[in-house]
Design a protein around this ligand. Structure first.
Ligand SMILES: C[S@@+](CC[C@H](N)C(=O)[O-])C[C@H]1O[C@@H](n2cnc3c(N)ncnc32)[C@H](O)[C@@H]1O
Length: 337
């Protein structure tokens, strides 16, 4: 029954495991970074100009999915993804209540994160891994946020967002590690991107360091007491993973269930945590039903083997959530004072 159990020893070694050939550099941070990291940053000042070029992340080994790896999955064309995901192109677990359909449950999920991050009526909100921009549009259209910034590594996602412009809505094709705004954000939302921040086979210490780097980044980006709402899939217990999922999402790996919390320690207080694995099961089944309802059209768009692999990936993932091998974490964190 469980295709996940087939995983065996075919452990994928991320081809970019040592991307840039860079050594792990964990030197003492500069004085400015130390001041920032120790929480002495100008809590009353929204500008990040005080740290100028120094606001960039310390020079750690770059981990996770490269733009090429992201493009290989996400740039199959919006026409294909629309058949599966629906017109808003939301590619992450929905939040169902009673007999919600997929579109209602996806809207509920967007609003859940907006509330959890305290983002409604905020001045500036960052979406790390914004996909095709549904969260950005919801923030502008319904939560009355005057300036939202989305980051994605996918050019086709960025172009899609640019084709539906809104005043104050900005999308940047950029790794969060390279993002250097001049002003802090009031809130950060990140849904379904954390799964791409490390690659398979990474040493556990380096893996946790990579996640810490993300929370350090959020700490630098946020105003005092700012909140993050984070959604990610996680392994409920250590697991080999599945070769097809590794092929589907190259250079990516899931965190263990405790790793995001451990990585946030010292910088953020965990304020809410829920495991909605049954919601991802339901989402994946809905995506599969959509795919099957448009099977011939999907084949015409991306070819038979891509469609077959895509269906298998949806089914394997659904089984993983059903069996509890993987969890769906929705967690919110508040920046420590
Ligand atoms: C599964 S999609 C989720 C999209 C969207 N949040 C949603 O719920 O529909 C993952 C997104 O994360 C982005 N991503 C992955 N790694 C990233 C990184 N290092 N920096 C910025 N974006 C990243 C991808 O480009 C993609 O937009």
């Amino acid at each position: 029954m469980s295709e996940l159990r087939e995983a065996g020893s075919n452990c994928y070694k991320g081809k970019n495991g040592n991307r840039n050939g860079a050594k792990l550099v964990r030197n003492k941070p500069s004085k400015t970074v130390s001041r920032l990291l120790s929480g002495q940053q100008c809590a009353m000042n929204d500008e990040i100009t005080d740290v100028a070029g120094d606001s960039k992340a310390p020079d750690l080994e770059r981990t996770g999915a490269s733009p090429e790896a992201i493009i290989s999955h996400y740039d199959k064309g919006e026409d294909f993804f629309k058949l599966v995901l629906g017109p808003e192109l939301i590619y992450s677990c929905a939040l169902f209540e009673s007999d919600d359909d997929l579109a209602e449950a996806q809207r509920r999920k967007l609003d859940y994160h907006i509330e959890a991050a305290n983002a409604a009526n905020a001045k500036r909100v960052l979406d790390v891994g914004c996909g095709w921009g549904a969260m950005l549009r919801r923030l502008v259209d319904h939560a009355e946020v005057p300036h939202v910034v989305g980051l994605t590594l996918s050019p086709s996602q960025a172009n899609w967002i640019r084709r539906q412009p809104r005043p104050g809505l900005e999308v940047v094709e950029q790794d969060w590690r390279d993002h250097q705004p001049t002003q802090r954000y009031d809130a950060i939302i990140s849904v379904g991107a954390f799964e791409h921040f490390v690659q398979k086979g990474l040493d556990p210490v380096k893996k946790l360091d990579a996640y810490r780097e993300f929370f350090d980044f959020c700490d630098r980006m946020l105003v005092a007491e700012g909140k993050i709402s984070l959604q990610t899939i996680a392994f409920s217990e250590p697991h080999e993973g599945h070769p097809l999922l590794e092929k589907t999402f190259p250079d990516s790996d899931l965190p263990l269930i405790w790793e995001p919390i451990a990585a946030a320690e010292g910088k953020f207080v965990l304020t809410t945590l829920r495991n909605d694995r049954d919601h991802y099961y339901r989402t994946l089944r809905a995506w599969e039903q959509n795919l099957m309802a448009h099977y011939a059209e999907a084949i015409e768009l991306v070819g038979e083997s891509t469609v077959a692999d895509f269906r298998r990936y949806l089914r394997i993932s659904a089984t993983g959530f059903r069996m509890g091998i993987v969890s769906l974490l929705r967690m919110s964190f508040q920046k420590r004072m």
